[in-house]
Design a protein around this ligand. Structure first.
Ligand SMILES: NC(=O)c1ccc[n+]([C@@H]2O[C@H](COP(=O)([O-])OP(=O)(O)OC[C@H]3O[C@@H](n4cnc5c(N)ncnc54)[C@H](O)[C@@H]3O)[C@@H](O)[C@H]2O)c1
Length: 270
């Protein structure tokens, strides 16, 4: 049930691939809370056609954009402004991709062409989105931008591979651009550091099921799921969190500050 937390607000949602996507769930929650949205994803992802189902439910246009293309982003913001007749109040950056991970290449043997692509798609893209938005003056005052990240940016999770480096860069860009956009237009930029979640991107990580089970046992509240992540994101898009910016916000059931749990000790003693 909605609470009209986003009544009258307009936003762009990047990264809804299928029903499991965090962006998919967030799009639904935003609309439920009274927002109007534009959906976008890479042209290749749109070819799957899944997003049209979401677009129908959300009554949202779908505008293709590969986040590594400035031309695509330029077109996205031009079309979005025309669609809404003005700027937006929120943007969700829910994008990640690593060819080294996809091809099972070990961190120590990274292919650097792939690594460039990973950094561009998964991290620099936030800079590209914010720069283009700023150029178009496309985010309204007190607007809110959220990007999704993972705790491998701070601590080593060996099989998360180069995505850990990409997430560190993403979080840094969120802080740095958050400063500039805050001063210029009171736009806030934050990252949400989410529990491991079963999605297409998540399941691509080697040993993912073990990851999920370990995190579940290491979190006093258990893992946060994608629906709960969508709820949390809505609060960050709402006016209830206006003074929150440049933060990396853990949404992980307490995992990030837990040293060990009885559940893990019991498992070790088996
Ligand atoms: N699933 C998890 O365990 C988990 C945990 C923490 C953070 N995250 C982060 O959440 C975000 C969303 O991932 P998800 O788990 O919902 O998986 P997902 O696979 O559903 O979403 C990833 C999205 O990135 C899009 N994308 C890839 N390349 C692109 C490009 N060049 N241009 C535009 N879009 C592109 C894909 O099309 C897809 O929609 C990612 O940043 C991911 O790293 C996921």
């Amino acid at each position: 049930m909605g609470h009209n937390l986003l009544k009258g607000k307009k936003g762009i949602i990047f990264g809804a691939l299928d029903e499991r996507s965090i962006a998919w769930k967030t799009a639904l929650r935003c609309v439920e809370e009274g927002a109007e949205i534009v959906l976008t994803n890479a042209p290749i992802a749109l070819r799957m056609g899944e997003i049209n189902k979401l677009a129908e439910v959300c009554k949202a246009p779908v505008i293709p954009a590969d986040v590594t293309s400035m031309e695509d982003l330029d077109n996205l913001f031009t079309q979005t402004k025309a669609h809404f007749g003005g700027g937006v109040d929120f943007i969700l950056h829910s994008i990640g991709m690593s060819l080294n991970v996809r091809k099972g290449i070990a961190y120590t043997e990274a292919n650097y062409d792939f690594m460039h692509k990973t950094m561009d798609i998964s991290a620099m893209s936030l800079h590209r989105v914010l720069q283009t938005a700023m150029k178009h003056d496309a985010i309204n005052e007190w607007g809110s931008v959220v990007a999704l990240t993972y705790i491998a940016a701070q601590r080593v999770f060996p099989d998360y591979n180069e995505m850990a480096d990409a997430k560190s860069l993403l979080e840094s860009i969120s802080r740095s651009f958050g400063y500039h956009y805050g001063v210029k237009k009171k736009v806030r930029v934050n990252t949400i550091s989410q529990s491991p979640t079963v999605t297409t991107a998540g399941s691509g990580v080697k040993g993912f099921d073990g990851f999920v089970m370990y995190a579940e046992k290491m979190s006093p509240l258990g893992n946060a799921n994608a629906d709960q992540c969508a709820d949390y994101t809505v609060t960050l898009f709402s006016d209830m969190t206006r003074m929150v910016t440049m933060q990396n916000l853990f949404h992980d059931g307490g995992f990030s500050f837990t040293g060990v749990t009885n559940a893990v000790i019991e498992q070790m003693e088996k």
